[in-house]
Structure formats: C-alpha cells, structure tokens
Design a protein around this ligand. Structure first.
Ligand SMILES: *Cc1c(COP(=O)(O)O)cnc(C)c1O
Length: 355
C-alpha cells in the first residue's frame, strides 16, 4: 500500500533525493567506492560541500559577509554554541515551546538572559504578541517554527537588535531576510536532509566578539575557517542535503516551497475546521504551515484511537501528535506532496461519514 509520511522528524524527503543519494552510496561518481567509504578530503567530495554552500546562499539569497557551515551535534548543540559565541553580557529569548526553552536554558550558563515573552501559560498554543525587545542585548533568539505545538513565526520580525533563529523545522520553506539575523541554524532532518548534519548560517563579523575562551570545536570560527572540514564532517548527510538543495532550486526555489506549503496547509486546515469530529489546537493566526496539529472534538474524544487506527490502515504514517499535545500532528515539510494531504483529508471525511 502507498504510504504517506507525516513524520515530524526525521521526515519525508523527495524520492529523487533518496534515490540519488542511494546511487552515490553504491558508487560515488563512478569511483568504484561508496560515498560511505571515501575520505572527506577526497578531491571529489570538496565540490559537494562547495556546491551545497553555494546553493544555500543562492536559494536563501544570503548577502555578502555570511558563511554557511555544516556541523554535527544537531540543533541541540547549537543551543550552547550560540551563547558560547555570541552572548557577552545579556541575551533575549522568546519562549514559544520546548525547543526555545532548551535554548534559553543553555544561554543561562553563559550570562544574563531575558525572556521577552512566553506562551507556556497556554501550553504554547500561540505566539506571544505585543512584547518589546530590550535594546541592550547581544541578540534576540527565536524559534521560527514550533515543531511540537504547531505554531510558527512565518515572517522576519522587526526588532531593534539582530536575531538568532532556530529554523530547524521551517528552513527553506519560505524566503528569509537573512540580514536581520546574526545566525540561523537548523538540524537538517526536518526539511533538508537525512539526520546527522546541522546547517549554520553565520555573519562573519559577529564572530570573535566575546571575551571568553571558546573550546576549538565549539568555536564557529574553527568551522568557518576550515570550510566545515576542520574534522570529519557527516559526509553522507551533507550529500543528501546537496541533493535536496538541487531539488529546491529546480522546483522553483523558496518562493515555490512557500506556495506549496500554503496550498497544503489551506487544504488541511480547511478540513480540520469543517469536519465536526476534529478541531485545531492553536490560535488560527499562528498556525504552522509545517506541523499541523489537531485533536478530536470533545464529543468524539473516545474515538481518538479509532481514527489513528483507521488513518494507519489507509497508509498514513506518523500522524500521532507529540505526547505533550496529544491528538494528531501532520507534518508537511517541503517534500510532502499535495497528494499526501488529499489522502489524509479523504481519511478524515470518510471517518466522519462512518460516525
Ligand atoms: C527537532 C528540533 C530541534 C532538535 O534538533 P536535534 O537536531 O535533534 O538536536 C531543535 N529545534 C527545533 C525547532 C526542532 O524542531
């Protein structure tokens, strides 16, 4: 049976990215060796990194003066690398969910922090509004898409200080005004690549400003200076990222990714709002286009497991909501075809007609 992958992460990738990567795993560029067994210093691998960097800059229209690096450790390691490299005196954090909170927790180890606003009071079902950002901070940290709760800040905020953003689950899904950011980072396994690599976009002249000593591996300058080749980078994940970047470019870039995301989300949210058996969980204006969360309407609460089983029987994979929200979460990253959303909507309609 055809499977529709709604996993939150690691998650769906374009089929052609998987096939192209598989081919290189069997025989890298006709060398007779696998991509898994070549040296990262092999002459054929440097062009992979170079092209991935160049495509990232082109696709996101990154201005001069920024570097793109590929690291290990996941977005979670960035939670500490960010304050290590950028927090001199004070940093501001917008608390929109568990990932934002984890980032803030690490920052507290390095200096003074200000939580500019939080939506913890309502289990992070909205994006706080009407807060002000202090002007005496080194940066404002935001999480643009809250993967667990299904809220998203789908625009580049206007604040008086440079931002740092965790874009793990919505990078490359819309155009971004990169010059508003000191640094953008993303664990690649949501919208870019197989698990194992983190992409970091960093403004060069913001580096080296803190007075503390930074361990070599945690200093962004190390990786910028060595072009992600200071130590062995995750070779296969970087290759898969390159294939996704080629796919994004060929498909029409981030404008087209944005259009597709809106099309998918409009269709699914319309059904969530129409179908009497379901309701959305977050404030309508803050709904994520990437992770669409919904639960059974109160009168149908006891049918949650039945719907889960029915959806599974129809080929839906990964629609179970995160344990802290419950219900369902349909993750619709770049590679999610409209057909996947249509199949899920058909499931919801059919379930409704049966009850
Ligand atoms: C998944 C996720 C993370 C954690 O990523 P790892 O690569 O597993 O460390 C951080 N932030 C956001 C927004 C995420 O979705």
């Amino acid at each position: 049976m055809k499977k529709y992958n709604f996993n939150a992460g690691p998650s769906i990738l374009p089929r052609e990215v998987i096939e192209a990567t598989a081919k290189q795993i069997l025989d890298f560029n006709g060398s007779g060796l696998s991509l898994m067994e070549i040296s990262h210093r092999a002459k054929d691998f440097q062009p992979v990194v170079d092209e991935a960097v160049a495509l990232t800059k082109e696709i996101l229209d990154i201005p001069e003066g920024y570097s793109v690096i590929f690291l290990g450790g996941g977005a979670s390691l960035e939670f500490c690398m960010i304050p290590y490299n950028f927090l001199e005196k004070k940093a501001a954090y917008l608390n929109t969910g568990v990932w934002a909170k984890k980032a803030l927790k690490e920052a507290k180890l390095f200096g003074e922090t200000v939580e500019v606003a939080s939506s913890a009071d309502a289990n992070y079902t909205y994006i706080p509004k009407g807060w002000t950002c202090p002007t005496d901070v080194d940066y404002l940290h935001i999480t643009t898409n809250n993967t667990i709760y299904g809220t998203e800040i789908r625009k580049d905020l206007d604040v008086p200080v440079p931002m740092i953003a965790d874009m793990s689950s919505d990078i490359f899904s819309r155009p971004v005004d990169v010059k508003k950011y000191k640094c953008i980072y993303a664990g690649a396994q949501k919208n870019l690549a197989m698990a194992g690599v983190t992409i970091v976009i960093v403004k060069d002249d913001e580096l080296g400003k803190v007075s503390r000593t930074i361990p070599t591996m945690l200093d962004y300058r190390t990786h910028v200076e060595k072009g992600s080749m200071f130590n062995t980078p995750p070779v296969v994940p970087i290759y898969s990222a390159l294939e996704t970047l080629r796919w994004i470019k060929k498909s029409g870039g981030v404008e087209e990714m944005d259009r597709r995301a809106k099309e998918r989300a409009e269709m699914l949210y319309a059904e969530i709002d129409r179908n009497k058996m379901f309701r959305g969980t977050v404030a309508a204006e803050d709904r994520s286009l990437m992770n669409l969360c919904f639960v059974m309407a109160d009168e149908y609460k006891e049918l949650e497991k039945d719907f889960m089983d029915f959806a599974t029987s129809q080929g839906m994979v990964g629609v179970k909501g995160h344990r802290s929200v419950g219900g369902f979460r349909a993750s619709c990253y770049n590679a999610q075809p409209l057909e996947g959303v249509k199949a899920l909507v058909a499931c919801m309609k059919e379930f409704e007609s049966k009850h």
